[in-house]
Design a protein around this ligand. Structure first.
Ligand code: BGC
Length: 756
């Protein structure tokens, strides 16, 4: 999330600046690779496609770093390790004084230009990295990452990241604190919307796609939060995390591994403590695993003030101790705590922190800057920014992603798409009748995109044939207080069909928004009950940033559409789905619980010694609720009906080095052309450990014409069917594996393969 300017912090008094003449002279004499500083550079013609350089180029960069390091004072080195944010206290002079390696939360092009100019005036002219949480857009918004995951379409996810990067880059930003690739199984945690949901395979594929998209759009990535943040106990943000080694490696590590393999330039630690160690002080994970085992060459940045928070964690006596622990753990850059700035020099002088550790950290920062090409880059030209915001292509692509992110959860009597006999629709709920999401006003100083209202989009698509009326029903767009319920009921009663948009918005999304109750807030439930009371068919749009509990109304409404904040074009996508211009194809990236008490709930659980078979007391389950969720992972309806058959494996036995290969037929047996997600799950029947009931190992979205069929082939490397033990050793066991294929995690079509 973008952080308000007020969160900036004062890192102490600025040092006396040297004269401009001396600075320029020294820069000219000393800098091996000077910053390109001419004002007459051509405008940005498109973002640079970022990637790690290889071979001779990479070796030359290391030599260039050696030479630059040899010329840096200790203060200049430590300066590269400080990340400051826009705010009342931050001073541009700190860039000129060589005291700042990176800045964050600058979004106004003219400001960014000033940042670059200030750094260019420093003795060595080392360019700054300019960071921002461009989570799902900058000027044009895309569905939240959880909504992107619901597309089950890596190409679209790459596209969303590409545009988020491209627009931010056009504003002068060059680094993003994204993708968040924390695994999330607990809907109570507000940040589930920033990730790809509960499934390791889906999240791993999408982690690679997101890194690739950001890099193509010109932003260096920061894979975060290393590691385990998504398992905050009880869903309480920042809370402690307990993860056994085998689960850490099987479930949480793969997306990070994929992000590093995809070339993530930086990795961010977490605000939380895992297994009793705050991640910003976790040497074995940051240094041994990430930099050692994963061979990560970029730099590690702390989370917001997480160096300072080591004191609150009870892992540091004071600021100096916190800085010492973090830098020794391998955290190269300090985001916003100011403690590296304040204490590292003394810590080096007293020998508490070896100079070699500082040099390694600085080398990593410079390496990223050089591989990004920052040293050769033309100065940023703010005048080019506005024209690159919210272009028709960006908006068209945003619409393309939003269309596939809509998940149809219920459609009784095929109430959707709207039937020809429907003459009037009542649109209810502040979220549908109000124009703007809070997020769109974030990036000040740039033309704002004003997303259309759902009411207007429905009216536009339905034309004169259908009368579209509306009533907010709730007091504000944020939908937390009752409004004119009677008015909404009267509007609904006068229409043939009711579309009500409920959920969360405003300050209810993202960081610091844990929920103890996942049901609709009381005023929304009361409004919905009143609407249902009219006897009119009710279509509910759940506009949320996490799974909600829909149990109280699911079987009393005609249809439910799930929308994980779809972005600038979201209302249009929803109207297209409701009117049938688009056949929905989104699938749930997280299990939807029947009750909050089921959280965390996920499909790839272990079998237990007492599975629910006879449905009696001494089997796993609840006294007061079913064991099963309301909607399973991978679930989502279509206006078409798809059937799966002819599952065939190429071979009933495969070697450890081979692949489980086969095919399945998907037929569109009724309804319009549509897209279906073929999901292949695998269960190891018997192992040295208890193995999950099933795990997604392959998915593919395919287009199937009305009445048509498609045969989908899959090949799952046997190597991917293993697991880690408690020493983090990976193994794949021979034996029988069951394959399940279908369109959600309850898929029943199955076959067995033996791994030899
Ligand atoms: C969040 C990070 C984010 C940072 C900067 C922190 O509070 O945990 O994910 O990148 O703020 O906005």
């Amino acid at each position: 999330m973008s952080v308000p300017a007020a969160r900036g912090r004062m890192p102490g008094a600025a040092r006396a600046p040297m004269t401009a003449f001396l600075r320029r002279l020294l820069a000219a004499l000393l800098l091996l690779a000077p910053v390109a500083a001419t004002a007459q550079q051509p405008a940005l013609s498109g973002p640079p496609h970022l990637a790690w350089r290889t071979g001779a180029e990479a070796r030359a960069i290391e030599r260039r770093i050696d030479a630059l390091l040899a010329r840096m004072t200790l203060a200049e080195k430590i300066g590269q390790l400080n990340l400051w944010g826009r705010g009342d206290e931050f001073r541009m002079e700190w860039l000129t004084e060589g005291r700042t390696g990176a800045v964050m939360n600058f979004t106004e092009p003219a400001d960014i230009r000033r940042v670059q100019q200030a750094a260019a005036r420093s003795r060595l002219g080392i360019p700054p990295i300019i960071g921002l949480d461009a989570v799902n857009g900058f000027a044009t918004y895309f569905p939240q990452p959880l909504g992107q995951a619901a597309t089950f379409n890596p190409r679209l996810v790459e596209l969303a990241s590409y545009w988020s990067a491209r627009e931010a880059r056009a504003a002068g930003v060059n680094w993003t604190f994204a993708p968040m690739i924390d695994m999330t199984r607990d809907a109570r945690w507000g940040r589930v919307m920033e990730g790809a949901g509960e499934d390791t395979h889906l999240a791993t594929v999408l982690a690679g796609a997101r890194v690739a998209g950001y890099h193509r759009g010109g932003l260096a990535t920061s894979a975060k939060h290393f590691i385990g943040y998504g398992e905050a106990e009880g869903g309480r943000d920042y809370n402690s995390v307990w993860i056994p080694v085998s689960k850490l490696w099987d479930h949480h590590m793969p997306p990070f591994r994929a992000a590093v393999d995809a070339g993530a330039f930086t990795v961010m630690t977490s605000l939380s403590a895992m297994n009793g160690i705050a991640s910003t002080a976790d040497r074995s994970l940051v240094t041994d695993v990430l930099k050692g085992r994963f061979r990560f060459r970029g730099f590690v940045v702390s989370d917001f003030e997480s160096v300072g928070e080591l004191m609150a964690h009870g892992m540091a006596r004071d600021g100096a101790d916190a800085a010492r622990r973090a830098i020794l753990a391998g955290v190269d850059m300090d985001m916003m705590s100011g403690l590296y700035d304040k204490h590292l020099a003394d810590l080096v002088r007293t020998g508490a922190v070896p100079q070699t550790r500082i040099d390694d950290a600085v080398r990593r920062v410079l390496r990223v800057k050089m591989h990004m090409g920052l040293f050769e880059e033309a100065p940023y030209e703010p005048a080019t920014a506005a024209a690159q915001m919210a272009t028709p292509q960006a908006r068209a692509d945003s619409l393309a992603v939003a269309r596939e992110a809509v998940v149809l959860l219920r459609n009784e009597g095929a109430v959707l798409p709207v039937k020809p006999e429907v003459g009037s629709i009542a649109v209810v709920g502040g979220l549908a009748t109000h124009q703007e999401d809070w997020q769109y006003s974030d990036n000040v100083g740039l033309p704002r995109v004003r997303p259309p209202k759902l009411t207007d989009e429905l009216a536009r698509l339905l034309g004169d044939r259908v009368r579209v009326t509306s009533a907010p029903g709730l007091a504000t767009r944020c939908s937390l207080a009752a409004g004119d319920t009677a008015g909404a009921v009267a509007t609904a009663a006068a229409a043939d069909l009711v579309v009500v948009m409920l959920g969360e918005d405003c300050e209810q999304i993202g960081e610091g928004t844990s929920r103890a109750h996942l049901d609709l807030p009381a005023p929304q439930q009361a409004l919905l009950d009143a609407l249902i009371g009219t006897g009119k068919p009710v279509v509910v749009i759940m506009h949320t940033s996490r799974p909600f509990v829909l149990t109280r109304f699911a079987d009393r409404v005609a249809a439910i559409l799930q929308a994980f904040h779809l972005g600038t074009e979201g209302r249009t996508a929803l109207a297209e789905v409701i009117t049938g211009r688009i056949n929905p194809s989104g699938k749930l990236p997280m299990t939807f619980p029947r009750a909050t008490g089921q959280a965390p709930i996920y499909y790839d659980r272990l079998p237990t010694g007492r599975p629910r078979i006879k449905d009696f007391r001494y089997e796993t389950g609840y006294l007061d609720e079913k064991l099963e969720p309301l909607f399973p992972f991978g679930f989502g309806l279509s206006y078409a009906r798809f059937a799966f058959d002819r599952l065939a494996l190429d071979s009933a036995t495969v070697p450890l080095t081979g692949a489980v290969a086969g095919s399945v037929r998907v037929s569109n047996t009724a309804g319009p052309a549509g897209r279906e997600v073929v999901q292949v799950y695998v269960r190891q029947k018997v192992g040295a450990r208890s193995r999950p009931l099933r795990q997604l190992r392959h998915f593919e979205k395919v287009e199937v014409a009305a009445g048509g069929e498609v045969t989908v082939r899959f090949a799952i490397p046997v190597r991917s069917l293993g697991y880690h033990d408690d020493q983090a050793r990976y193994r794949v066991e021979p034996g029988e594996y069951e394959i399940y294929v279908g369109n959600d995690s309850n898929a029943t079509l199955s076959a067995t393969v033996t791994v030899r």
